[in-house]
Every structure is written in structure tokens, then in C-alpha cells.
Design a protein around this ligand. Structure first.
Ligand SMILES: Nc1ncnc2c1ncn2[C@@H]1O[C@H](COP(=O)(O)OP(=O)(O)OP(=O)(O)O)[C@@H](O)[C@H]1O
Length: 692
């Protein structure tokens, strides 16, 4: 039974439980069952019990009404002094209740802060039943706030962002997404608050007194009976314990999240594979002809009328995240957005979706949506994680968007059914999100985005969390959808396959700026940024052109420039700094002093353990850093002057013959003809960028 816990933990755990249970048992043993019944059913006892239950229920409702918004503000907003506010709200947890009672007296009492205005209105709070409720709420509120705030913080609030992009306003998001998802947390917070209110004593006796039938709750009755009739006190104490236990156990049992409705589990059964196969190709039937065959993607139906693709103009700045990007995207174009971690790709998408505040402008088909909230931007956003609304079944999750945009329940479900069918997930309609495999969940997430017929599709690494095979299916599915219905799309990815299969254009971001932008084939053939070079499987050294020969000079010799004519191959020398000078060839007109990138494929690099003599134009001394398999070859990396990393692909036999190991000093050689030099838009520090 104890699989991961050390056995010794049982001892302190048992002692802790005993410390709580033993005194209660002692209390029960001390009770005389025959006499107890008469004592607890006496009018005074029943009055006190009724008052306790009634006031505790009202106090719990007050805690929910006041505490839930408080928890939401604390968990979902940022404002100066937030920590202080939280500490003050939670103060009653650590304050002796009698101190709380005194504080309430000085607030609502005759000479208290609010006492005089209340008196003018003819309202008297202290020593009334209202005072009991106020005292109970005062001490119980922190339990609700703490429970709910904790639950809110453990939720992924990006689900709320997704709901906003699907067309839901803030109140709808709160009502249909946030609150249902934290219901178990809210329920347990309310139970704790109720239990605390039921047992409240110190603040009540100080602020409300002990007037039988008015303010004398059960804890007060027990206290007062202690000296007058100890047996009655014990009997009433047991009654209080029983009531408190019944309520907490009962509500916990109903409020706890259930596992009912779970299907075959996150990684699915055979049904799962069939579904994935069905999603693999638009319009194809599942190869096994199983359930997936019926669930194959279907063409768009009238229920999901297609909007024409939109032109997109982005000129956004998000200063606190260092993003400054200007892009014009043609209708129906699929732009792969690439870049190192932290380059700003997700921020760009979030700015377009309206999820992060930015400056500048976003125009969709010429319409300025810069200041529009996410729900009015008509974007479909799909992230790395599916972020499904797990409190709904798949059909209602996908119907959430159309419903938020004003379609009735039936029409929304019809649209959801069509969208699910389009991604080959129709057979999943009745399941809950937690009962889907990763690939299935991601297809549902895509269907949900498509169900609102977005003008733009924003895909933030949609396949990154999927297994290779499942990602391939999802990629093919997306391709099929894009062919059926071209849609302007920004696709963040780190995967060359996504770029090759799905994108028309590549934009590379670095430090929040566009450093490369062009058609896919062009960028991969002539990468100018480290990231694009790595993606294309080549290495890249940046530097400055110091000589450009073998071609006619461009524009005479003005400014000392030399250069080759565009289209003619000519030799170019690039200084990468730290003494590393490389000679390559270029077909671009390059000017001395211009930033340039020298690109080399690892298979064109030869490795020597003694300095070579003879023909190669580039002989670079390196220290080997690592060796790793690269297909049937071994990729050998070495660091040259200035920290520049270069790589060579060798056969395992050559690696063995040369006895190459990390730390070996060697020479990499490359022919000038194998080193392609391209102009770069801007130069990072020369020679500092190299990838592999
Ligand atoms: N919630 C946030 N609050 C503040 N700064 C953030 C937040 N999220 C990201 N950043 C910062 O904004 C910059 C851009 O991050 P972003 O997540 O857009 O990069 P990315 O290119 O999508 O990276 P990755 O490939 O790792 O997802 C980074 O400097 C990052 O630290």
C-alpha cells in the first residue's frame, strides 16, 4: 500500500491523528447515553443548536458572497500593496477570537467607528443575532478566501485566455469557466468556513454576548453549562462534534471532484489509435476501418460557413517583454514564426490575440482591432497544451465558442459537431477532456478554435507536446484543413517539418525583433540567422565582409567598396573576429564592411589531427567539444577562436581511425566553394553566433 512513502512517516502521522481523535473519544466515553438524549433535546439546547446552525449557514453564505470575489481579486490581479491586503484579510486566522470581538465592538459598538452613523439610521448591531453572524463571518472568511485562492492559483489561467479568444466576455468566463473549474475548492473553502462559524466562541461572546435564544449559540451554551451542569456541557459538546462531523463529511463527499465519466485514460486504448488514424488525413478513412473510419474529417458544411481569409497587419510593441515586430501577412498565408527560447514568439501571438497589452496596431483586413478585447478579434488560438474545459464534455467544450458568440445551444452544438467531424474527432463528443489522449485533446482544441470560424489562426507550438507519430498525424490533419480552406495563420514552431509541410513563409525572431523574413525555400537555402541555419541543418558564422573579389566592382570603387555582381559566383572573405577569417563564395553583391553570414554544411567539413597542408582555403584550429550520432554519421563539434562552434559529419570508421574524443585539438577544413556567404540584415557581435 505504501509505495512511495517511507514507513517511519506512519508514526508521527498516527500520533497526530491520535492527538485529535483521543480527546473526542474521551468526551464520548464520558457521556451517559441515557441522560444525554434528554439533555440535548431540552428546549435551551435545541434553541442554541438551531441558532448555531442558522447563523453558521448565513455566515457561510456571507463568506461565499464576499470571500469569492476577494479570492478572485487576490489570485487574478496585480496591484500595489497586494501582499499587505492579503495579510490583513487573513489576520483573523492568527488573531485570538476575543481580540476580533473587541475589534468588532470598536467598529459597530455605540462609540465605534461605524456605531454613530448606524445609530442615526436606527441600526444596532452588537448583542443581536446579526452580531453573531458578523462575528462568525469575521473569523470564517479567511478560510474561504484561502481555500479558493489556493484553488485558483493551481488552475492554469490560460484556459481563461482561451475562453476569451473564443468570444466569451469577462462575466461569461467567470461564470462558465473559472467558477465551475474551482467548484471543489470553493466547496471545501465553504465547508471550512461553516465549521469555523459553527464552533465560533470568543468573538461572539465579546461582541454579541450570551442572550438565550438571541445570541447564545451552542458553543456559548456549552461554556455556560460547564460549571452549572458538567454532564449537560459534555452532552452538548458531543452534539456539536456530531453536527460538525456530519456537515463536513457530507459536504466533502458531494463537493469532491469525482472521477466519474473517465474514459480509457489519458493515453487511451485502441479507440485512441483509431481516432488518431482518422485524423491523419483530411477526407481519408482510417486504415483499420474501425471506429475511426466513421470519424474521418469531413468537408465544411453550411453549419460552419467559411469566412474569406483575412489580411493581417501587425506593428506591435510590448516594451516590458522587449517585443517590437512589424509584419504584413497576406490573406491565407501561413507564416512560421521561429526563434530561440524567449525570442518573443508567444508574446507576438498573445499581442495579436489581445491577451497581453501592447502598443502599436493590429489590423485585420484593414480594421483596427488594436484596442479590441480578445473576444472581438475573431482569432483561433491553439497552444502547446490543449487547455480543454474539463468540466464540460468535448461537444460542449467545442460549442463554447459559438455559444459565447450568441448562437443558441442547439446551433452551437451543431457547429461543434461539424468542427469535431472536420478534425476526425466526432466520436469523442461525449467524453471529458481528461479522458482523451494528448493527440485527441489537441484535435479537440483545434476543432474548438475552428468552430468560431476565426479570421486568423494563431498556433503556438501546437504539436510540441505530442509524440512524433501523433504530431505527424496532427500536422497532416492541419495541412488537409488548410488546403480545404486557406486561413491566415501564424504558426510558432521549432520543427523543420512544420515549416516544410505547413508554411509559405518564415519569420525568425531574435530578442523580440524580426531578423529574417522570406519564403520558406529561400530562408532554408540561404539562412541569415543562426536559428534558420540550425533549422536547415547547416552551420553559420557571422562576421563582416573584408574582401569581395573575382567579380566586377559594384558602383566603381567609391568608399573602398569592392563587390561581385548579383547572380555571379565570386569569392568573399569574412572576418568573424578573434582572428577567425573565412573565405567563401557568394552570388550576392557584397560590399566590404557589410555584415555577412557564412553558411557551411557539416558534411562539407573535413577533420585532421595534424595541421593539413595543400588546397583547402579554410583551415580552422578547433578543440573538440562533443560527438553525437547524426543519422548514419557522427557529428563532431569543435570550438574555434572566439568561441565559434563548427561541426563536421564523419563516418564512425573515420572517427575511430582519428581517435577523436572531446578535448582533442584538431583542424577543420572547408573548401571556399563549400562555404556560402550571404548578406545579413543586421550584425550581432561578429563571430559570436554559431549553431548546431
Ligand atoms: N508572463 C510573462 N510575464 C513577463 N515576461 C514574460 C512573460 N512571458 C514571457 N515573458 C518574457 O517575454 C520574453 C518573450 O517570451 P516568449 O514567451 O514570448 O518567448 P518565446 O519565443 O515564445 O519562447 P519559447 O520558445 O521558450 O516559448 C522573454 O524575455 C520572457 O522572459
Amino acid at each position: 500500500m505504501i509505495r512511495t512513502l517511507p514507513r517511519w512517516v506512519l508514526l508521527p502521522a498516527a500520533l497526530g491523528a491520535l492527538l485529535v481523535v483521543l480527546p473526542v473519544v474521551a468526551l464520548v466515553l464520558r457521556t451517559d447515553p441515557a441522560g444525554a438524549l434528554a439533555l440535548v433535546t431540552s428546549p435551551a439546547a435545541l434553541d442554541a443548536l438551531g441558532l448555531s446552525l442558522g447563523t453558521a449557514v448565513v455566515a457561510t453564505v456571507a463568506c461565499v458572497v464576499l470571500g469569492a470575489p476577494l479570492a478572485l481579486v487576490l489570485a487574478r490581479t496585480r496591484f500595489p500593496g497586494q501582499r499587505v491586503v492579503r495579510a490583513l484579510v487573513l489576520l483573523p486566522l492568527v488573531l485570538p477570537p476575543v481580540v476580533g470581538g473587541l475589534a468588532l465592538l470598536h467598529t459597530f459598538g455605540r462609540r465605534g467607528l461605524l456605531g454613530t452613523p448606524l445609530e442615526l439610521l436606527g441600526v444596532q448591531v452588537p448583542f443581536t443575532t446579526v452580531a453573531v453572524v458578523v462575528a462568525q463571518t469575521f473569523v470564517a472568511l479567511p478560510f474561504l478566501v484561502l481555500g479558493l485562492e489556493g484553488a485558483l492559483r493551481t488552475l492554469d489561467d490560460r484556459v481563461e485566455d482561451v475562453a476569451a479568444t473564443l468570444g466569451a466576455g469577462p462575466t461569461t468566463v467567470l461564470r462558465r469557466v473559472t467558477l465551475p473549474r474551482v467548484l471543489p475548492g470553493l466547496a471545501s473553502g465553504a465547508v471550512l468556513a461553516f465549521a469555523r462559524a459553527l464552533g465560533e466562541f470568543g468573538a461572539t461572546i465579546t461582541f454579541a454576548g450570551a442572550l438565550p435564544g438571541v445570541t447564545q449559540t451552542l458553543p456559548l451554551e456549552i461554556y455556560l453549562q460547564r460549571s452549572a451542569d458538567p454532564d449537560a456541557a459534555v452532552a452538548l459538546a458531543v452534539l456539536l462534534v456530531v453536527v460538525a462531523l456530519a456537515v463536513t463529511v457530507g459536504v466533502h463527499a458531494t463537493g469532491a471532484p469525482t472521477s466519474a465519466g473517465r474514459g480509457p485514460g489519458r493515453h487511451g486504448g485502441p479507440d485512441d489509435r483509431a481516432g488518431q488514424a482518422a485524423g491523419a488525413g483530411a477526407g481519408r478513412t482510417a486504415p483499420d476501418g474501425g471506429p475511426g473510419a466513421a470519424a474521418a474529417p469531413v468537408p465544411v458544411s453550411p453549419a460552419g460557413a467559411v469566412r474569406p481569409a483575412a489580411a493581417l497587419r501587425i506593428a506591435v510593441r510590448v516594451p516590458d517583454r522587449g517585443l517590437d515586430v512589424t509584419l504584413d501577412v497576406a490573406p491565407g498565408q501561413v507564416v512560421a514564426v521561429l526563434g530561440e527560447n524567449g525570442a518573443g514568439k508567444s508574446t507576438l501571438l498573445a499581442a495579436v490575440a489581445g491577451l497581453v497589452p501592447g502598443e502599436g496596431e493590429v489590423r485585420v483586413d484593414g480594421v483596427d482591432v488594436t484596442r479590441a478585447p480578445p473576444r472581438d478579434r475573431h482569432v483561433g488560438w491553439v497552444g502547446q497544451r490543449p487547455l480543454l474545459l474539463e468540466h464540460l464534455d468535448v461537444l460542449d467544450d467545442v460549442a463554447f465558442g459559438p455559444r459565447s458568440r450568441g448562437a443558441g445551444r442547439r446551433l452551437s452544438r451543431e457547429r461543434a459537431t461539424v468542427a469535431l467531424a472536420r478534425v476526425g474527432a466526432g466520436h469523442l463528443a461525449g467524453r471529458r477532456g481528461h479522458a482523451l489522449s494528448g493527440g485527441q485533446a489537441q484535435r479537440v482544441s483545434l476543432a474548438r478554435a475552428l468552430a468560431t470560424e476565426p479570421r486568423l489562426l494563431l498556433l503556438d507550438e501546437p504539436f510540441a507536446a505530442l509524440d512524433v507519430g501523433v504530431a505527424a498525424h496532427a500536422r497532416t490533419l492541419l495541412l488537409g484543413l488548410a488546403r480545404q480552406e486557406p486561413r491566415t495563420t501564424l504558426l510558432v514552431t521549432h520543427d523543420l517539418l512544420d515549416v516544410l509541410v505547413l508554411a509559405d513563409r518564415v519569420v525568425v525572431l531574435a530578442d523580440g525583433r524580426v531578423v529574417e523574413d522570406g519564403p520558406v525555400a529561400e530562408v532554408l537555402a540561404r539562412p541569415r540567422s543562426a536559428f534558420a541555419a540550425r533549422l536547415a541543418g547547416v552551420h553559420l558564422v557571422t562576421g563582416t565582409v573584408v574582401a569581395s573579389a573575382d567579380g566586377p566592382a559594384r558602383g566603381g570603387a567609391a568608399g573602398g567598396a569592392a563587390g561581385g555582381a548579383a547572380g555571379e559566383e565570386h569569392e568573399v572573405t569574412v572576418d568573424a573576429g578573434a582572428g577567425l577569417v573565412l573565405v567563401g563564395t557568394s552570388t550576392e553583391p557584397l560590399t566590404v564592411g557589410e555584415p555577412a553570414a557564412a553558411v557551411v554544411e557539416p558534411r562539407a567539413v573535413a577533420v585532421h589531427t595534424v595541421r593539413p597542408t595543400g588546397s583547402p582555403r579554410n583551415v580552422v584550429p578547433v578543440r573538440l567539444t562533443d560527438l553525437e550520432p547524426s543519422g548514419a554519421l557522427v557529428r563532431v563539434r569543435g570550438t574555434a577562436a572566439g568561441g565559434v562552434v563548427l561541426a563536421a559529419d564523419l563516418t564512425p570508421r573515420a572517427v575511430a581511425a582519428l581517435a577523436l574524443t572531446p578535448g582533442t585539438d584538431a583542424w577543420f577544413t572547408v573548401k571556399a566553394a563549400e562555404l556560402a556567404v550571404h548578406a545579413r540584415p543586421a550584425a550581432p557581435a561578429p563571430g559570436a553566433t554559431l549553431v548546431g
